[in-house]
Design a protein. Structure first.
Length: 359
């Protein structure tokens, strides 16, 4: 039986996509093989890879002067790839710190460049985002990095920082494809796949052409944007299954009204859940209202001693993986694109019933 899976990542995938993958698993496009067993250099797979890229380009309206790369190493690989590709050891690189993932990104960047922390939301325990006017940006920084959606804290920027001529780099792992945005405001966008795209291991990178050709000589080939752009992300064997499945997810979004439609659905799902939490007098979300995430909703119970009971009863009701991240405790409901509205409705009904019995 399928459950409603609220995991933060790897996360739930659209049922129709999984069904299609199952149907064609043993015999992909009449090859007599699965897509995992065909050559990545064969005509069929190259067409599949190009179609996925084209579909994503359409979904996000990616301008022609940006390359889309399908790389390995997940989001974490990009924490190194970004400084290696677009900064020098002497560069200052600006990082906006809004929580766990920003912290990891800037920690990695410190190995490769001089990191300036342009804002740090420690004072609010990472429940806020800085105002544009509070950013202490370095005029000649190689780039400014931020995390539009903090997957663990459930904090999402309501605006895109303005960095003038300095390239803006975004880790969109847990927000890409959740709402439309203007790609042309960014120098580099990257996302690990296992939240809103497909299987883990894959990272999608969208990089502006003028940032190519700047990689340090020591940059590993598989993280080198220029090399990967020149080889259509096939310097080596790409993660073929992940790429194929991501293509199915892109097509599924396109066939269901595109990103604009899914954004409306996401906003409605999140609003319902936050409203239920705020009006309960039992559940609490700590994040400032202007920057609450549409994708990851952490919440605590008024009686934390009931956490284990909550999780056990939720699981019995078919609502799984609601445990908060080990670093923060409490609960977290990740409600990515593929979480149907019915899943959020079921969670809210369960929470009400749980409060009635235990509150
Ligand atoms: C999940 C996540 C990552 C890490 O992705 P991996 O594929 O595990 O390396 C990085 N940044 C954010 C915002 C994430 O949500």
């Amino acid at each position: 039986m399928r459950v409603f899976n609220f995991a933060a990542g790897p996360a739930t995938l659209p049922l129709e996509v999984l069904q299609q993958a199952r149907e064609e698993l043993l015999d992909w496009q009449g090859s007599g093989m699965s897509v995992m067993e065909v050559s990545h250099r064969g005509k069929a797979f190259i067409a599949c890879a190009e179609a996925a890229e084209g579909e994503l380009r359409k979904l996000l309206a990616v301008p022609a002067n940006y390359k889309i790369l399908f790389l390995q190493g997940g989001g974490t690989g990009q924490f190194s790839a970004v400084p290696l590709n677009i900064s020098t050891p002497e560069s200052t690189v600006d990082y906006i710190n809004t929580g766990s993932w920003s912290k990891k990104a800037l920690g990695e960047a410190k190995k490769y460049a001089k990191v300036n922390v342009a804002a740090d939301e420690a004072a609010s325990s990472y429940t806020t985002v800085p105002e544009q006017s509070a950013l202490k940006l370095t005029p000649n920084a190689a780039y400014v990095h931020y995390t539009p959606n903090e997957t663990i804290g459930g904090v999402e920027f309501p605006y895109i920082p303005n960095t003038g001529n300095v390239p803006l780099v975004a880790d969109m792992s847990s927000t890409i494809l959740s709402r439309p945005f203007d790609v042309s405001k960014f120098g580099v966008i990257y996302a690990s796949a296992q939240k809103n795209i497909g299987p883990s291991g894959l990272a999608v990178v969208i990089v502006r052409d003028d940032l190519l050709g700047k990689a340090r000589p020591i940059t590993p080939s598989i993280l080198n944007y220029t090399e990967m752009a020149e080889t259509q992300s096939m310097s080596n064997t790409p993660p073929t299954f992940g790429w194929y499945l991501s293509g199915l997810v892109f097509r599924h979004i396109a066939g269901n009204g595109g990103v604009a439609h899914i954004a409306k659905q996401n906003e409605a799902k999140a609003k319902k859940l936050y409203d239920a939490i705020d009006s309960s007098g039992f559940y609490k979300n700590p994040v400032a209202k202007n920057c609450r995430s549409w994708m990851n909703v952490p919440f605590t119970l008024a009686k934390p001693e009931l956490d284990k009971t909550f999780l056990a009863e939720a699981k019995a009701a078919g609502l799984v993986n609601l445990e908060g991240h080990r670093s923060v405790g409490g609960m977290r409901a990740s409600i990515y694109n593929a979480m149907p509205p019915a899943g959020v409705d079921a969670l809210i009904a369960f929470m009400k019933e749980f409060q009635r019995r235990h509150g």
